[in-house]
Design a protein. Structure first.
Length: 413
């Protein structure tokens, strides 16, 4: 349409777009209501867009969030055909010699666009998404299931989450490397307690385990730990895998109290008692770690709340006047949504007026300060002249005073 070349904003583009859509569909509707299905972009629930739709019998229905891959015909049918058509046209063009550039891109894409956006493909998109003819059974439960790439299903024993598994692998490698270093250490150097001066050639590969762990974390839910992007309140560490700790009482104490009949059984019972003591200590350590984790989690939640408060404070200034969509499908032209848009529009205008007043007051203050600085410089200059004049008067007065102290007739004696 060329709206961006005309300098339109996103809100103005949406209003101009629905006006064009109205012109192309009004004759076929013949005075009846029309259904316009859109995604959750903010330009689709602006004042101008919805006001025009309500006045022209256009019902605007919004897709639920994260579902366009199932409900939107462009994603389901058209874009895949367009991708293949573009590849064919691009290869056909480049086989003739020149490569694709900004100068010839539109000409090549136009051919692919005509091949993809045919009547048959468009009708197939409406039919495959169950819109025309209306068929809600087209969308099955398996199509709305979570992605396997972002889901974790576990069975006992507990499966570690991907970020934890990366760190476990790194720690395991570090311990194994430490054991190898201890085994390879020179006994004589160890006896002298001095490090060896002979440096062994490095056998570590360029792709170190640390680098491997960092790259692995970048594709997990804890990618924010190795990313250069700032942390947000949505950044969360993987949940702690916990299990029940059995009581500390020993069920086999009666067997341990029995005197061993043989030396071998005495040795085995002593080893069993030592192992029981170790298990009890491990249980206490695990309990302490879990308690420490609870305290850390409470502290992290407190910090996350403060971070979220700062983000919401910034968002109120940036996204003032926008409707907070909850991700559910809804008719945007209904009275409740439209009243919210009207209220948000009024709040946005009030905020703009307040910002304009603050800007005007700041401009006036800056101008007043500039005038005051000029006047202050003039005042200092006048004061300087007055002080200079006063100093000259003082010097003349001192000369007259000295003359009065010594009259002319005294100079004759």
């Amino acid at each position: 349409m060329g709206y961006q070349k005309k300098g339109y904003t996103s809100r103005e583009i949406a209003t101009a777009w629905i006006e064009d859509w109205d012109k192309l569909t009004k004759a076929k509707a013949n005075g009846r209501h029309r259904l316009l299905v859109v995604d959750g972009h903010s330009s689709h629930f602006t004042m101008g867009f919805l006001d025009y739709a309500r006045k022209n019998k256009i019902v605007v229905l919004c897709y639920p969030s994260h579902s366009t891959h199932v409900y939107q015909g462009l994603d389901v049918v058209i874009f895949s055909v367009l991708k293949r058509a573009w590849s064919d046209e691009r290869d056909k063009f480049e086989r003739s010699g020149p490569s694709v550039s900004k100068l010839n891109f539109l000409g090549i894409y136009a051919k692919a666009h005509v091949r993809a956006f045919t009547k048959e493909n468009i009708l197939s998109a409406f039919r495959k998404t169950g819109m025309v003819p209306f068929n809600p059974n087209v969308i099955t439960d398996s199509m709305m299931a979570p992605s396997l790439e972002t889901s974790i299903s576990t069975r006992l024993p507990l499966k570690l989450t991907s970020p934890v598994q990366e760190m476990v692998d790194l720690i395991s490698h570090h311990r194994a490397h430490k054991r190898r270093r201890e085994d390879e250490q020179d006994p004589e150097d160890e006896a002298r307690h001095t490090p060896s001066r002979k440096l062994a050639p490095s056998s570590e590969p360029d792709y170190t385990p640390v680098r491997q762990a960092i790259d692995g974390l970048a594709f997990t839910s804890a990618a924010f730990l190795v990313s250069t992007s700032p942390l947000t309140s949505l950044s969360r560490l993987p949940p702690l895998q916990t299990y029940e700790i059995s009581p500390d009482r020993n069920k086999d104490q009666t067997s341990l109290d029995m005197p061993p009949p043989t030396e071998r059984e005495r040795v085995l019972m002593a080893a069993l008692e030592n192992r029981d003591i170790q298990i009890s200590l491990q249980k206490r350590v695990i309990g302490g770690l879990q308690a420490q984790t609870i305290l850390h989690s409470a502290h992290i939640e407190d910090l996350r709340g403060k971070l979220q408060g700062n983000e919401e404070k910034k968002a109120r200034g940036k996204d003032r006047g926008r409707i907070n969509m909850d991700g559910l499908p809804k008719v945007l032209t209904q009275d409740k949504i439209f009243d919210g848009v009207v209220k948000a529009h009024a709040e946005r205008n009030t905020a703009k007026d307040a910002a304009a007043k603050r800007k005007d007051a700041k401009t006036k203050y800056t101008e007043a300060v500039g005038v005051w600085k000029v006047r202050e410089m003039d005042r200092k200059e006048r004061n300087g002249e007055l002080k200079s004049k006063w100093a000259n008067e003082v010097r003349r007065w001192e000369v007259e005073r000295n003359r009065a102290k010594c009259p002319p007739w005294r100079s004759q004696f």
